[in-house]
Design a protein around this ligand. Structure first.
Ligand code: MG
Length: 362
């Protein structure tokens, strides 16, 4: 069956996509979040022409055509838009075969452990530790990620001494069986990253994410080689050739493609496979509770080199909970892998009413 129609329901924060096949069957997907109304326009202009009239399950073909035919528009918006169509095609395939996307990918896990992911740098170490401790007791989290330095900070801290104070407070607050992760968001030069990383290791942290500007692969490789803890990265990277270089030079120990930035499930699986070939683990980036976390649960349920934890945002963001259900909830430190066909969720018809609608037809 070929794709005959693609619809988008856009807001500035998120765009939902439905792909309709010749017989009227449809699947739902989502573009990447933020500036998603712009992404919807890119989808109709630069992705839909490569999907309409083509087989509804030709994932590789769609990805290749979209990237090749957008030669002069590399990566960001084209990949964000591609994700919307590609993830809707996976939902459609799952509904046809009455299997979850996880099962379609060969997965069999029923639950995935999570880490509670803080997005805040404006919070004091004391307040951060208090809210994470509360979540540990309420939801059973056994791992947390906090924030180091300042975002693209050129070695600056958010305020002087914050990262060191936070690291010590985290270690004091939690027993050894709680894993401590931290994210630099491109904060440091290599020498500073190694010094901060050594301090973090001394406080029992196991995972140092994006210590250096993410595009400086050699810097990140230098840090990964110097530290005993895992260095992780790659959330912004959406060029598979860059991924090949990153993995080949072992710039990171853990790869973190973002399903929605990279262009969907197929390209995420390709990064996971390249990493598996080098005995590296994969923990995709999933920093909000829109469908990116849902997609990532299905991926982690299926790939053989899944890292130990799903990234689960602890920040309240009501808009991420309004358009599909059920939203994955944490219990006993895990989330369930949805069992229903496709993504295993329903789209809110009410939410669709208040969006900007566009359609492309064959
Ligand atoms: Mg990150």
């Amino acid at each position: 069956m070929n794709i005959k129609r693609i619809e988008t329901y856009a807001t500035k924060l998120v765009t939902l996509v439905t792909v309709v096949s010749e017989d009227g069957a449809c699947g739902w997907g989502q573009t990447s979040t933020y500036n998603a109304d712009i992404t919807a326009s890119v989808l109709h202009r630069q992705v839909a022409p490569h999907a309409l009239g083509k087989p509804e399950d030709d994932f590789d073909g769609l990805c290749t055509r979209t990237i090749h035919r957008n030669l002069k528009f590399p990566w960001s918006y084209v990949c964000r838009a591609l994700t919307g169509v590609e993830t809707a095609m996976w939902d459609l395939k799952g509904k046809r075969e009455e299997k979850s996307v996880c099962r379609l990918m060969g997965g069999s896990k029923e639950t995935v452990p999570v880490y509670g992911s803080s997005m805040r740098r404006d919070i004091t170490p004391k307040d951060e530790v208090e809210r994470l401790s509360r979540l540990r007791h309420e939801k059973g989290f056994r791992a947390f990620k906090v924030r180091a330095g300042a975002e693209v900070g050129e070695d600056a801290d958010q305020w002087p001494g914050r990262t060191k104070e936070l690291a010590a407070a985290m270690r004091n607050a939690f027993p050894d069986d709680v894993c401590l992760l931290i994210d630099g968001n491109s904060a440091y030069t290599p020498s500073k990253a190694i010094a901060v990383g050594t301090m973090l290791q001394d406080n029992g942290f196991c995972h140092f994410e994006e210590p250096c500007p993410y595009w400086e692969l050699e810097w990140t490789a230098e840090v990964a080689a110097a530290l005993g803890m895992d260095v992780a990265g790659g959330e912004q990277d959406n060029d598979l050739a860059q991924w090949k270089r990153m993995i080949g030079m072992h710039a990171v120990d853990i790869v973190q493609p973002d399903v929605c930035y990279i262009g969907g499930i197929t390209r995420t699986l390709e990064v996971a496979r390249m990493a598996a070939d080098r005995n590296m683990r994969c923990i995709p980036h999933s920093a909000n509770l829109s469908m990116v976390t849902l997609f990532t649960i299905h991926v982690l349920g299926a790939i053989p080199n899944a890292g130990p934890y799903l990234e689960y945002s602890i920040e309240p963001a009501p808009w991420t909970r309004e358009f599909y259900n059920p939203v994955p909830e944490v219990h006993d430190g895990v989330v369930d892998v949805p069992e229903g066909p496709g993504w295993g969720v329903d789209i809110s018809k009410d939410w669709l009413q208040n969006t900007q609608f566009q359609a492309s037809d064959l």
